[in-house]
Write a protein that binds this ligand. Sequence first.
Ligand SMILES: C[S@@+](CC[C@H](N)C(=O)[O-])C[C@H]1O[C@@H](n2cnc3c(N)ncnc32)[C@H](O)[C@@H]1O
Length: 466
Amino acid sequence: MNNTLSKFLDHLSSTEHVNLSKVQVKHTPDAGYGLFATEDFSADIAEPMVTIPSNLIVTASKALQYLKEHNRQQYNELKELPKNNKTIERYCILLFLICEKNAATPSSWRYYIDILPTLDTLKSSQAFFYQDEEMQFLEGTSLHKSIMERRSNVSKLLKQLTALVPSASNVSLDDWQWADMVFWTRVVSIDSQKQSKDKDSSEITPDYAMVPLLDFANHSLAPNLRWELDSEGNFQLLAHSEGGSAGEQLYFSYGDKPNQELLFLHGFCIPDNPNPAKFTMSVIPLMMMDEDTIEPKMRWLQDIGETHTLTLEKNPQGDEHPLMKAGITKHSAALLQLAVLDVDDPIDFILEDDNLVLCFEGKPQASLDDLLESVSRYELCPIQHLRASLLLSQALGDHYEKIAETTEEMKSASHSDNSVIQNILIYALEELALLENALSILQDVQSDLGKDPRVLQYIADSQSAE
Ligand SMILES: C[S@@+](CC[C@H](N)C(=O)[O-])C[C@H]1O[C@@H](n2cnc3c(N)ncnc32)[C@H](O)[C@@H]1O
């Protein structure tokens, strides 16, 4: 056991009187440290395996208390910010972590800070820090896009923090990244109602908590450990389900997260994860096909407050729209209908009170739902559906090809003992299967639409025009 870990555990047992007789922290083969049972445990026994006292749990109010003593300026600025806001809660906790990590004179919290993963450890496991080779293996996937977005947002978020808390302007980007990642990989969300003992009306009602010791427990979809808050705000760690035997690793569930989310937040995947993958991509490159309308379309989306993300889910979304049979959400089906409209279609854009309004067949469209509905009543509707479906097939097909190529490469023997690449492979194959299924459904959809007389006429007209 390393020195900082044994000091931390000593501190818990001798100073804080935490009874550690039923659990221990040990290295695991593939998940860093883990929490293990030292004796048989059963859900029939109501007694907790271990109780973490409330004074050891890091919440926003605890962080504020700490900053009041250790960084009065940050405390004064934070306490003026709106209460019960998750972002502010997170800022409090991050600033606490950074302040104690860098304090010349350690407080008793340093035992905990010292056992948290360092930035170098996080760099070797977190998707955010993937090198070029790993990013190449993610080409075409939704995760590639999410990582790039997170990278470009990091300094923006730090700027947002310093706009609210000017005294945090000396926080380095490295410290900020370290604290943010430590936070997201270890935080649990608690029901703030149960935290009555922790409430102080002048401070923030906490929902986020970092719980020393519990945060050594790794994730499983079949957990044998659960936690409960007692009436004093202490965290009780209890056997879950059937319990288990001495020596077993104790897992709790981080939630029903799909592999994409697990890989993004934690750097690992669960083989055969039943939580279905989602594929996301931006509609913007698809809008770019028509240079004349891209600008007003983007402005209209902005004015009606809509996002640009297309989402493909595993399970069909219904049959309100042919694309939804392939798993495209209603919002995405509408975005695709918008994307295919061009100057030859019955659309106009008019400016009304500084807002750009899209009119379809002369009627203003207040929302994407309205547009979807108007297109479905349009006499050439099957043609519009077919165009949207072909555009989607083209886009998904491009992603499919990129992912198919990289998964073949990852399957090669030279990567078989690289756990990072094996995790990427599990995730990429799921996304590949999702795309393959959608592409095959889209083929059927297109073949059905191709039989519609209006479509046949349209094709004949276009051919004779050529
Ligand atoms: C709350 S911590 C658990 C303790 C951690 N293993 C440690 O060494 O400190 C969460 C992190 O543990 C790792 N982890 C948790 N569950 C895992 C699993 N089932 N497989 C692989 N790594 C896991 C991930 O790096 C994750 O971000």
